[in-house]
Design a protein around this ligand. Structure first.
Ligand code: CTP
Ligand code: MG
Length: 159
């Protein structure tokens, strides 16, 4: 069944996507620097972080109506997704990659890997086949949603 892996990962997807729509304003790092480079950069905003967490929690809440364990798993997936996204930006800034410039694989999968790591202890993960499926789906969705977001002017760059 390909539906279960999608239901499982959905809170992470929504948490990761929401900041693109609702983000902006004050950066999480408050424009502070570390060794002359921004800690996270201007694209990681407090509003985006909160929007990501709350939207992910909302999906977790809805899913938990029919799958009880998805409440806690969904919350962990959301926190993991936002954490991974922040770790990704932190690493990009250390290598002097400017905000929004692309680093293949890391841009697509940092949130995903951390979401799965955070939720892993609670079990109920998709099987290997399901995991491979959502790995491929994540890459595909990242490409298409970012292109659409750019086309409708909610994102500066098409990646
Ligand atoms: N965003 C936000 N707050 C966050 C995460 C994301 O406001 N905590 C918004 C920003 O407008 C950002 C957009 O979502 O430009 C896309 O996020 P992402 O692709 O993760 O960031 P990048 O613009 O690529 O920046 P970075 O180089 O730091 O990854
Ligand atoms: Mg990006």
């Amino acid at each position: 069944m390909l539906v279960y892996p999608i239901i499982y990962i959905l809170p992470a997807y929504v948490a990761n996507g929401a900041p693109v729509i609702f983000g902006g304003g004050t950066p999480i790092d408050l424009n502070r620097k570390f060794k002359g480079r921004p800690i996270l950069g201007k694209h990681k905003t407090i509003r985006g972080l909160i929007a990501g967490l709350l939207s992910g929690f909302l999906i977790a809440g809805v899913e938990s109506i029919f799958l009880h364990y998805m409440l806690v798993i969904g919350i962990l997936l959301s926190i993991g997704a936002m954490f991974g996204d922040i770790v990704g930006s932190f690493i990009k800034r250390r290598f002097e990659v400017r905000e929004g410039n692309s680093v293949p694989l890391m841009d697509q999968y940092m949130f995903f890997v951390f979401a799965l790591l955070f939720a892993f202890p609670l079990g109920n993960m998709p099987n290997l086949f399901g995991l491979v499926f959502i790995v491929l789906l994540t890459g595909l969705l990242h490409k298409t949603t970012n292109m659409i977001a750019n086309r409708i002017h909610v994102k500066e760059v098409p990646w």
